[in-house]
Design a protein around this ligand. Structure first.
Ligand code: ATP
Ligand code: MG
Length: 565
């Protein structure tokens, strides 16, 4: 590609609204441009990267036996009413009307449409298993679109759906897809972890996420150093806590004037935070519930909502607190009003704990369960912390951040049942499909790849998804240099090496800076001085290593470039 005739423009300045490096670099290197909040254009170079990613995905999914289709972005509300998600999907679902006032949605995901297709075409167990996929636009009206295409409102996703006749076969389809995902992310060159996940709005039982390790990742994950356990913090299970053999002391009331936070109480009582009980009042689908945690722990609302079977967890309102005579900052389980009390499992083992006394400016010390207070249910509801015991092997958990690039689910009959989509089984009776669904964010992959691979000069692409394999630069206006670079360009083209040839009449500094910014794996530089001494130079973007090739040995250079991965 001749740059002088191509649509490729770089920027020197970072965009003002960009918080993370991938967003800055994607804009500056001319890969994307913003249209509106969370809505982007992919410019030609960005489009090439997206196509590379899509091709890897296509190759691996086709090899795994999945079949490509295309479904509509605009979906009739009727389908969503059949699955029940018209009511339950939150505000991310963009609802629209046509000119006849009919309701539609812009598809945030395609379970409804695909289940409808399966119901219409897959009539017998003999047609199963079947896995269908598409690479297509989704729309989610995200509350906080940010980080460029990493959390966009309109984005391209690869979504796949499997249909099976029985559980064993569904698990097999899931494993096949999981293996394909591993090959895809290995080829892209990610440093990633596969973690157990919460199924969220999509539903189902088993689900795992593919997390690219990165500081800017919005997800937190826990993983064990000693075994293979890894889970999203939303789903991570805390290991057993050792019991203490401390003697129970008599409970006492103490004055704690103005000590409304755990930190203040701990300082005032000169007690470590993990010896205090943190009391949180919430409303689970409007029912007030008192929640107890160790003072140094934090509440995992997703786990709590699941354990309580609640759709929505909100902090208790001031009216609720005053109706129950609970003074904020001094609440506790001892002498609590007659409401549901749930506690993290750790509370069961705590001895001689401090807690609020339900009286302004007073706390108890030496509170003990069950001697001094009741708990209706114990659950694992805390966020695991670094150093917590691993639930699998007892080793020590670490916490790190990740960018979710893929998510796979075993859905079971969640959609096929609600939408009554089924087939005739071996016994001639109708059964509902057992489904799996599998998503990969294409744009998010490009952004995550940049987060994991860049330096102060720009992006460093892995060969597998680089927009071009080489940047070819001619430096200066010397005719001999230009003629030779033209020759070289032709040779690269003939050898099928994807080349971005910077043939612009620009200063050497600008050409070199643009080539580093875009970050193709190899830069081939033709300059007057080198040519005089009979050499041209190739620079590896990743390592900075320079290789010199004799002008007469261009074929060696082409061979080396071809083999470079
Ligand atoms: P997140 O928790 O990040 O919102 P999700 O769990 O809602 O993701 P899924 O419904 O599993 O995502 O979608 C499959 C994949 O689509 C995700 O793994 C991610 O790579 C991508 N994706 C989801 N939401 C977005 C978005 N707003 N912008 C870009 N990619 C996205
Ligand atoms: Mg989401």
């Amino acid at each position: 590609m001749r740059q002088s005739k191509y649509f490729f423009y770089t920027l020197r300045e970072d965009p003002k609204d960009a918080e993370v490096i991938s967003h800055k670099l994607m804009i500056r290197a001319g890969l994307i441009s913003k249209v509106s909040s969370g809505i982007y254009n992919y410019l030609p170079v960005g489009t090439r990267i997206i196509q590379k990613i899509e091709n890897i995905i296509r190759e691996e999914l086709n090899a795994a036996g999945a079949v490509e289709i295309v479904m509509p972005i605009v979906q009739p509300a009727q389908l969503w009413k059949r699955s029940g998600r018209w009511e339950h999907y939150g505000k991310e679902l963009l609802r629209i009307k046509d000119r006849k006032d009919n309701d539609y949605v812009l598809g945030p995901t395609h379970e409804e449409v695909i289940t409808d297709i399966a119901g219409k075409f897959l009539k017998s167990y003999k047609q199963l298993p079947q896995t269908l996929y598409q690479i297509h636009t989704k729309f989610r009206d995200e509350i906080r679109p940010r980080f460029g295409v990493m959390r966009a409102r309109e984005f391209v996703m690869k979504d796949a759906y499997s249909f099976d006749a029985d559980l064993q076969s569904m698990e097999k389809s899931y494993e096949k897809m999981r293996d394909a995902y591993i090959r895809i992310f290995d080829r892209i060159g990610f440093d990633y972890k596969i973690v157990k996940a919460d199924s969220g709005a999509i539903g189902g039982s088993v689900s795992e996420e593919f997390m690219v390790l990165s500081e800017v990742g919005e997800d937190k994950l826990a993983y064990c150093d000693s075994c293979s356990y890894a889970a999203n913090i939303e789903a991570a299970v805390a290991g057993q806590i050792r019991q203490t053999d401390q003697q129970e002391k008599p409970i006492e009331t103490v004055e704690t004037p103005g000590c409304k936070t755990i930190e203040k109480v701990a300082r005032f009582l000169n007690a470590p935070e993990d010896r205090l009980i943190k009391t949180i009042m919430i409303e689970a689908d409007k029912e007030p519930v008192m929640v107890l945690l160790a003072g140094d722990d934090t509440l995992n609302e997703i786990k709590l909502a699941r354990k309580l079977g609640a759709k929505e967890i909100t902090p208790a309102s001031e009216e609720t607190l005053s109706r129950l005579l609970l003074p904020a900052g001094f609440m506790g389980p001892v002498g609590a009003p007659d409401i549901k009390i749930v506690a993290d499992i750790k509370i069961k083992e705590m001895k001689n704990a401090g807690c609020g006394a339900n009286i302004q400016d007073k706390h108890f010390i030496n509170a003990n369960y069950p001697r001094d207070f009741k708990v209706d249910q114990f659950f694992d509801i805390r966020n695991v912390k670094s150093g917590d015991p691993c639930p699998k092997c007892g080793g020590s958990l670490n916490i790190t951040s990740g960018i979710e690039v893929g998510h796979i689910f075993q859905l079971g009959d969640k959609y096929s049942k609600s939408m009554d989509a089924g087939f005739l089984y071996t016994d001639g009776k109708k059964r509902h499909f057992l489904m799996g669904c599998y998503g990969i964010g294409i744009g998010r992959i490009a952004a995550a790849a940049i987060e994991q691979s860049h330096d102060k000069y720009g992006i460093i692409w892995q060969s597998s998804i680089a927009p071009f394999k080489i940047s070819l630069l001619s430096l200066g206006n010397d005719k001999e240099v230009i003629d030779f670079t033209e020759e070289l360009y032709k040779k690269f083209e003939q050898a099928d090496i994807e080349t971005l040839y910077d043939d612009r009449d620009e200063r050497a500094g600008i050409k070199l800076a643009d080539s580093d910014l875009l970050g193709c794996p190899i830069t081939v530089i033709v300059g007057k001085r080198g040519m005089k001494s009979g050499f041209i130079e190739a620079k590896i973007r990743k390592t900075g290593e320079k290789k010199q090739y004799k002008i007469d040995d261009i074929d060696d250079m082409i061979e080396w470039i071809r083999d470079y991965r």
